[in-house]
Design a protein around this ligand. Structure first.
Ligand SMILES: Nc1ncnc2c1ncn2[C@@H]1O[C@H](COP(=O)(O)OP(=O)(O)O)[C@@H](O)[C@H]1O
Ligand SMILES: [Mg+2]
Length: 234
């Protein structure tokens, strides 16, 4: 199986400020990677760097074998990277359906009908404006918008943050279905257990560097090691 994403010797941050150092990672096609770590260690910065929203100081980012680190954000999106940022990516003054339609791009399985099949709640709310939606619905819409771009790689930054427990279970189930689909997924999620249960590989960041990497299963089977790694440096 070939690689979907390969990052080599990446150093990145905001302007002259360096946040991430010596990041290396590889995700095979249809693979899934959980990125764990305490608040402020650089998880969002890493995802934003893959998408092109930060300053890359050095290193390379290959997507399906193609160097993308110099491409603008919209070209990365068009190549097939779907990004669901921590701050949900929706237009408050457009309806649900308009939000989805303006995000449509490329040829692939994902269409308005398929997104509505996937999130029936969005069909019920199709005529409502973005700012009339609950937190859970906004998150479904943000994910739905990413799917409308027919991505090969889907990047999710704390999709469950701030949602009530009942919503969290439903949304996590949807994310699991995406993981079983043909997509390659990078998931940042505060609940390590939840993230590890639904991914193949995991990486723990600490102060902008990789503190641990390996199979998600390993950390699930060694909870003591998991807490030590997560607490290291705290
Ligand atoms: N726009 C920004 N400009 C400068 N520094 C930032 C910016 N966004 C985040 N940071 C800093 O980068 C570090 C990593 O933040 P972030 O990637 O958001 O961490 P995480 O997602 O793991 O909580 C933090 O020290 C944070 O203060
Ligand atoms: Mg973050």
């Amino acid at each position: 199986m070939s690689e979907c994403l390969k990052i080599t010797s990446l150093v990145a941050g905001y302007g002259t400020t360096v946040i991430l150092e010596d990041i290396n990672l590889e995700i095979p096609e249809q693979g899934s990677l959980a990125i764990l770590g305490r608040n402020g260690v650089g998880k969002t910065t890493l995802l934003a760097t893959i998408m092109g929203h930060t300053t890359l100081h050095s290193g390379s980012i290959l997507f399906n074998g193609r160097a993308i680190e110099k491409l603008p954000v919209y070209e990365r999106a068009r190549l097939g990277i779907g990004y669901v940022p921590q701050t949900r990516n929706i237009f408050p003054s457009l309806t649900v359906e308009e939000n989805l339609m303006v995000a449509a791009y490329g040829s692939g399985d994902w269409s308005l009908d398929k997104v509505y099949d996937f999130f029936p709640r969005l069909l019920e709310r199709r005529g409502n404006f973005g700012n009339q939606l609950s937190g859970g619905e906004q998150q479904m819409l943000s994910i739905g918008r990413a799917l409308m771009g027919n991505p090969k790689l889907l990047i999710l930054d704390e999709p469950l943050e701030g949602l009530s427990p009942i919503i969290v279970d439903g949304l996590m189930e949807s994310i699991r279905r995406l993981l079983e689909d043909k997509l390659t997924v990078v998931l940042v999620e505060q609940s390590a257990r939840r993230a590890l249960q639904s991914t193949q590989d995991a990486m723990v960041l600490d102060r902008g560097r990789i503190a641990w990497e390996g199979h998600s299963n390993y950390l699930l089977e060694h909870p003591d090691e998991l807490s030590t790694i997560l607490l290291a440096g705290a």
